[in-house]
Design a protein around this ligand. Structure first.
Ligand code: GLC
Ligand code: CA
Length: 557
């Protein structure tokens, strides 16, 4: 495998609106990120992905872009952005912007021009169809309802697979693609490390538009059916890579749902379309075509199955990007840990698994503190358009208001979007003003300031895990070594070896509160890291007893 500059890096995702506010308007900003660069460098982060900071009406919190060449004034200025890139570079950190090019905002000049003249060149930037009283197809938008709306003041309909303020860009039109590539290169010229690439699987539509069998009472069909059928996306992705990323040796991470297993090597193999893509197998495990109300919890055994499947799949091909949370779902600690394990020890165990897997670890802001889901006392507390749509879906399926609220609370994207908890002071030290989204009330117990001062905190543990990955003595094994499942059939034990020619490193996690024994594959070892200060080992039986949610990283001697 050709060695790449990003193979051994740990990445961190910032959701700028909720990271750190420096001008008291309740909204995190670029200057706030600059101020916290030392915190991130100290954590060991070398790649920093910013969720969108471009000019946007914020219908979908910046994932609806009105100008790809401007910073939204709520976040700051282009000078701030340049300064952020430069300051990050000084600390060995590469910045990734979010590339949102399946759609733009309905307030983008292209869409405005399409409205003014649907038959003109900008009409061809979008998918416009004559409105003859029937929808061109029955696809359901991700945020609810049909994915067609009337192009204002015209006799046309336009396609939006997400919100109606997010019209899909027509990738079949080479002019659109060229505009996108021009923008990507413009940013790379500024010195970005690369991009996280949003909703990229959606750029290829199965054309001409046609219906699929309805899968709910609304008569619509999930977009998944279309994605299943669409083929030929590789032509676009290959072209994009060659015209942009490749020339800059940029790092790219794709948000790819519904990829086809046989395509993995074209996506993330040597010279693949992307450097890596997120492993969403554990996320998808919980989901249901019916919506949030029908999602199921994921057990430790399910989680183990998911990660081992993904590890095996990517092993000979490339690297997945491993995540336990992002801005689109619940907090990892609340979602992946059983209720009796949602404490510091459990959180450290989960971190051990996630960061010791083969792949590029992505930490989401606050994950390193063990931030948890928040509480919503009514639907009015929820800001996110997706959660609001899911609430309606749940009610249409017959749930009461209370049941619908409790169902969507578990999966709401707002769980991850509450402000970062910096201190135990007012508004968790996030802002001097009123935060755009309420702070999670648990900030007095969970915050960066207290954890920085505590050698045994979740944050300190994350630092040690990252330092271990970066340690030149183990790097070769932890970055490039194989993942070999160990005692995979032993219930609620998640264990695997990381193996290189030089070394065996064993990761053990007791994913339950009851203790259990684990027979070791070797006699002599040294503990590299653990969430317990000591080890219960019986040398006669060559057996280790793992206590409640105990995790161990052992080096074979
Ligand atoms: C991606 C983003 C999500 C956004 C959607 C539409 O899934 O992560 O936040 O709503 O794309 O852009
Ligand atoms: Ca601000």
């Amino acid at each position: 495998m050709k060695r790449k500059w990003w193979h051994d890096k740990v990445a961190y995702q910032i959701y700028p609106k909720s990271f750190y506010d420096t001008n008291a308007d309740g909204i995190g900003d670029l200057r706030g990120i600059i101020e916290k660069l030392d915190y991130l460098a100290d954590l060991g982060i070398e790649i920093l992905w910013l969720s969108p900071v471009y000019l946007s009406p914020f219908a979908d919190q910046g994932y609806d872009i009105a100008d790809y060449y401007q910073i939204d004034p709520r976040f700051g200025t282009m000078e701030d952005m340049d300064e952020l890139i430069a300051e990050a570079k000084k600390r060995g950190i590469s910045i990734l912007m979010d590339l949102v090019v399946n759609h733009c905002s309905d307030e983008h000049i292209w869409f405005q021009k399409a409205i003014a003249d649907p038959d003109g060149p900008y009409g061809k930037y979008f998918y416009l169809e004559k409105d003859d009283g029937q929808l061109p197809c029955n696809w359901r938008s991700y945020f609810g309802g049909p994915c067609w709306d009337r192009l204002p003041g015209t006799d046309r309909l336009y396609l939006h697979v997400f919100h109606k303020k997010q019209p899909d860009l027509n990738w079949e039109n080479p002019e659109v693609r060229n505009e996108i590539y021009k923008n990507i290169n413009w940013w790379l010229e500024k010195g970005l490390g690369g991009f996280r690439i949003d909703a990229i699987i959606n750029i290829k539509k199965a054309l001409p538009f046609h219906d699929y069998p309805a899968d709910r009472a609304d008569g619509l069909s999930s977009i998944d059916n279309m994605l299943e059928e669409a083929s030929g996306i590789g032509v676009f992705l290959q072209e994009m890579r060659q015209q942009t990323f490749e020339k800059y040796d940029a790092f790219t991470v794709g948000e790819v749902f519904h990829s086809k297993a046989e395509e993995l090597s074209s996506f993330i193999g040597e010279d693949g379309f992307f450097s890596t893509m997120f492993d969403f197998r554990p996320v998808c495990f919980s989901s249901s075509a019916n919506g949030f109300y029908d999602y199921r919890p994921i057990t430790p055994e399910d989680y183990k199955q998911c990660i081992f499947t993904s590890q095996a799949e990517a092993q000979e091909i490339g690297f997945y990007a491993n995540v336990i949370e992002n801005h689109d779902g619940p907090r990892g600690a609340s979602h992946y840990l059983p209720a009796d394990g949602c404490h510091d020890t459990g959180k450290k165990m989960l971190a051990t698994i996630s960061l010791m897997l083969r792949g590029i670890p992505f930490i989401y802001q606050g994950q390193e503190l063990g931030m948890e889901n928040t509480v919503f006392s009514s639907i009015e507390d929820i800001d996110d358009i997706n959660t609001l749509a899911e609430y309606e879906t749940a009610k249409k399926a017959g749930l009461s208001d209370q049941e619908a609220l409790s169902a969507v609370s578990k999966y709401s994207r707002d769980n991850a979007r509450t402000p970062m908890q910096w201190t135990n002071g007012a508004q968790a030290g996030f802002t001097q003003g009123t935060p755009w989204l309420p702070v999670n009330p648990n900030y007095t117990a969970i915050n960066a300031a207290s954890q920085l001062a505590d050698e045994n905190s979740v944050l300190s543990y994350y630092k040690k895990l990252i330092a271990l990955r970066r340690d030149s003595r183990y790097k070769e094994t932890l970055v490039y070594g194989k993942t070999v499942p160990f005692l995979a059939g032993q219930k609620n034990l998640t264990a695997f070896l990381r193996q290189s020619d030089q070394q065996n490193i064993l990761v053990l996690a007791n994913y339950q509160s009851a203790p259990q024994e684990a027979a070791l594959p070797f006699k002599r070892f040294r503990t590299l890291l653990s969430n317990y200060p000591d080890t219960v080992f019986d040398p006669k039986k060559e057996c280790l007893t793992l206590r409640s949610y105990e995790a161990k990283i052992l080096l074979e001697l």
